[in-house]
Design a protein around this ligand. Structure first.
Ligand SMILES: Nc1ncnc2c1ncn2[C@@H]1O[C@H](COP(=O)(O)OP(=O)(O)O)[C@@H](O)[C@H]1O
Ligand SMILES: N[C@@H](CC(=O)OP(=O)(O)O)C(=O)O
Length: 422
């Protein structure tokens, strides 16, 4: 049987009508049977949907923002299609379904499940528009609902994949279709055992591409980005970046673990286990080689800089004149795990445990609430976690000029500092 190939186009590559036209041009010479195209929501649509949810939760007007989102998509369609095209009714119908969902009651208790039933519309709407446009351009693709094959548990907003069920569904339903047509589908979304929509975590469409690639033993997975490939730092934050021609799976995984947002952190592992190469390519320069992530990459010594924003540094101090013991760390980790909060950095002293975590809606307050009786808790919000891999000692001070450093750690291969602007 022929190999499957996976392309993933993220929000930036479908952010407006021009971007959708560019996507079609990329596919014009590349579209073939056995290709799966995964698309994300258009531009910042997921952020807008999160804003709508926040307004609804806080009892504020959300219909206006919902109307703005509808206009945004309708105007893209107006640039792409003639006025009588069927896509307008399809998009109208999807927004009608979104409005129905938004009329249901929302509280903190049902927030995560409600969230998934709302934010999935970003990908559903985007994939409809892109699929219709490709067909309109004689680039025939089959629109398929990713929820038919991506099976997850019911951990809403952070759903975990049922790999076996997903693999079987991909092989039995999509593989035969792919023998005749390319498939276009959504990233980020799945379905739980009760048939309810789930999502895989913010920016999870890269992970969808890896899940499909692994389940179908793909020849390769390509994620199309607005950068030339994986660089040694985010070019939006640092000048003079360098592109990697190739990277080993381990190194790429490490970069994403520390927060290099160019690839979703869960993407590398399944591909590495299956030995499937991952290409990161530019949708602005599609013929350029990009970065190849694979097993046999030549090692390099280029320092790599990763910056994670919106960090909170929390210190838990014991209050009874004892020293920090395993039981204290255990208590803190137990609560962190229950709230699905990951520790980005940890430091122990005789009487306190300091951790660095991502700021996440509601979660931090819940952590404080759970542990305030057991520890004296202090925290600083609005921080940045700077990580430099393969650091050169003499280059580090330049990264800290104009910043106050609240916590610092260094090993032979990794330098980390929690900093805030002074
Ligand atoms: N090391 C890095 N190399 C390249 N881009 C990076 C890196 N770290 C962060 N980025 C950022 O990742 C962005 C691309 O990822 P993302 O915006 O998530 O893509 P999409 O949502 O379109 O799939 C780039 O625009 C860049 O700002
Ligand atoms: N639309 C979702 C999923 C995603 O992966 O998007 P993108 O490919 O644009 O990062 C999000 O914004 O989280």
């Amino acid at each position: 049987m022929a190999k499957t190939w996976i392309y993933k186009f993220g929000g930036a590559s479908v952010k407006d009508a021009t971007a959708v036209k560019n996507l079609a041009e990329i596919l014009r010479n590349r579209l073939r049977k056995n290709l799966i195209i995964v698309v994300s929501a258009m531009g910042k649509t997921t952020n807008s949907l999160e804003g709508i949810l926040a307004n609804k939760l806080n009892g504020l007007d959300f219909y206006e923002n919902s109307a703005i989102l509808k206009t945004f998509h309708r105007e893209i369609c107006e640039e792409l299609f003639p006025a009588n095209h069927a896509v307008f009714a399809q998009i109208e119908n999807l927004f009608f379904q979104l409005d129905l969902q938004l009329q249901k009651p929302l509280s903190r208790e049902n927030y995560d499940e409600f969230y998934d039933q709302v934010v999935c519309f970003g990908e559903l709407i985007s994939s409809k528009i892109v699929a219709e446009y490709l067909c309109y351009q004689d680039l025939l693709v089959l629109w398929q609902d990713a929820r038919e094959v991506i099976h997850t548990d019911s951990d809403f907003r952070f759903a975990k994949i049922n790999w076996e069920k997903t693999r079987k569904a991909c092989q039995s339903t999509w593989k035969p279709m792919l023998e005749n047509f390319p498939i276009l589908t959504q990233g980020f979304i799945g379905k739980d055992p009760k048939g309810r929509t789930t999502t895989l975590g913010r920016e999870g469409s890269d992970f969808t591409a890896a899940i499909l690639g692994t389940s179908l033993h793909a020849g390769s997975v390509t994620i199309w980005k607005d950068v030339p490939g994986v660089l040694n730092a985010d070019p939006k934050l640092f000048p003079n970046t360098e592109k990697f021609e190739e990277l080993g799976y381990r190194e790429a995984a490490e970069m994403t673990y520390f927060g290099a947002s160019v690839i979703h952190p869960k993407t590398i592992k399944p591909l590495a286990n299956a030995g499937i190469p991952l290409f990161v390519k530019s949708f602005l320069n599609p013929d350029a080689p990009g970065t190849k992530i694979h097993e046999h990459a030549t090692p390099h010594e280029v320092p790599t800089i990763v910056l994670k924003k919106d960090q909170i540094l929390v210190s838990f101090k014991v209050t009874d004149f004892t020293f920090i013991e395993e039981k204290h760390i255990h208590r803190i980790y137990e609560q962190l795990q229950a709230l699905k909060l990951r520790v980005n950095m940890l430091q122990l002293s005789a009487i306190s445990v300091s951790i660095v975590i991502d700021a996440q809606l509601f979660k931090f307050e819940q952590l404080l609430e759970k542990l305030k009786g057991e520890f004296e808790i202090r925290y600083n919000e609005g921080l940045e976690l700077l990580t430099i891999l393969k650091q050169k000692a003499e280059e580090i001070p330049a990264f800290l000029i104009g910043y106050e450093v609240l916590l610092e750690q260094s090993t032979r291969n990794t330098f980390q500092a929690v900093r805030r602007k002074v």
